[in-house]
Design a protein around this ligand. Structure first.
Ligand code: HSE
Length: 324
């Protein structure tokens, strides 16, 4: 096998989109970059605040995920050089762990000549993450509708509407997915199940057909958001009133704590919506950062790094692409 270096640019994502708990995801224009090459000994170059404190030995998630690919493909690549930079905030509900899993899977597969199909990578990623929503969006880009039965995940990718954009309000506190999943009941009523089936189906149809005006009604949920509200003060007000301030709809992003409002790029009032989100959180004593993010049509993008490019430091090479 020739010694190659590959780099993967992978988008973060928002999961659930309100009613589509564990099944809907959308890639966002916030990225992580993972570079990987075969090496004489395993070394890590983890750049940026988001990755501080992560293990830099073979217990690192990127290394372990890469080894799963090699095992599945029947090849042995025990030592790796791995560089990573991420602008996706950790444990905020923007798919940082999914982007790391997908980035490592795609990079490791490319390193050995891509013997595994995209679908196989999706199956592995879903199993690792425990649900397909964030990993599907990071891998395929766009809006991904998926269902997993614990063994196999099926999916359909939708192209996001050209005028769709999002505003995320990222609170200054972290919330682990584990804690946010613990807040959920083990059973729900038939009425709530029917409520969500209707909203989720309507949302997918609205997103697929471009009927953006339906998002407001379709983005309602009774499966997870009401139970998580206590963990994110201000969330209920934002979800109920964002449309009055110009949003097409609003949801908790993944397991939170980030809140996401959907907007029509053709309508004005961006500043008002931003103020509403920030003020509502501030009234609860929560500082937050807002970012306008576009849906990202591309999933994980892999490219080969030439020996000339390798002479330039990793961060210098990606600097022009970093946005956040
Ligand atoms: N669907 C997941 C949840 C996304 O809401 O818990 C977070 O990983």
């Amino acid at each position: 096998m020739d010694k190659r270096t590959v780099i993967v640019k992978v988008p973060g994502s928002t999961a659930n989109l309100g009613p589509g708990f564990d099944s809907l995801g959308m890639a966002l224009s916030l990225y992580a970059w993972i570079e990987m090459s075969e090496s004489s000994q395993t070394v890590f170059h983890l750049h940026g605040d988001q990755l501080k404190g992560l293990p830099q030995d073979k217990s690192n998630l990127l290394y372990k995920v890469a080894q799963l690919v090699f095992k599945e493909a029947g090849v042995v690549v025990p030592e790796l050089a791995i560089s990573m930079y991420s602008e996706i905030p950790l444990t905020r509900g923007l798919g940082s762990s999914a982007s790391a899993i997908v980035g490592a899977l795609v990079a490791a597969n490319a390193l050995i000549g891509s013997p595994l199909t995209q679908d196989k990578l999706f199956q592995i990623a879903t199993e690792l993450e425990g649900h397909p929503d964030n990993v599907g969006a990071s891998l395929f880009g766009g809006i991904v509708v998926s269902a997993w039965d614990g063994k196999h995940a099926d999916y359909v990718r939708l192209e996001p509407h050209q005028r769709l954009e999002t505003l995320v309000a990222i609170p200054a506190f972290q919330l682990s997915t584990e804690k946010a999943r613990h807040a959920l009941p083990s059973q729900i009523s038939m009425a709530d199940a029917v409520f969500n089936v209707g909203r989720s189906s309507l949302l997918v149809a609205a997103l697929a057909s471009g009927e953006l005006g339906l998002i407001r009604h379709a983005m309602q949920d009774r499966l997870h958001q009401p139970y998580r509200a206590a963990l994110i003060p201000g969330m209920t007000t934002i979800l109920e009133r964002a449309a009055e301030h110009g949003a097409l709809g609003a949801a908790l992003s993944g397991a939170g704590p980030t809140l996401i409002a959907f907007a029509d790029a053709a309508s004005g009032g961006k500043a008002e919506l931003e103020q509403f989100l920030l003020q509502t959180l501030k009234q609860e004593g929560i500082e937050a950062q807002t970012l306008w993010l576009a849906p990202c049509g591309d999933g994980a993008q892999v490219s080969e790094v030439s020996s000339e490019q390798r002479a330039i430091p990793f961060m210098d090479r990606i600097r022009g692409e970093v946005t956040a």
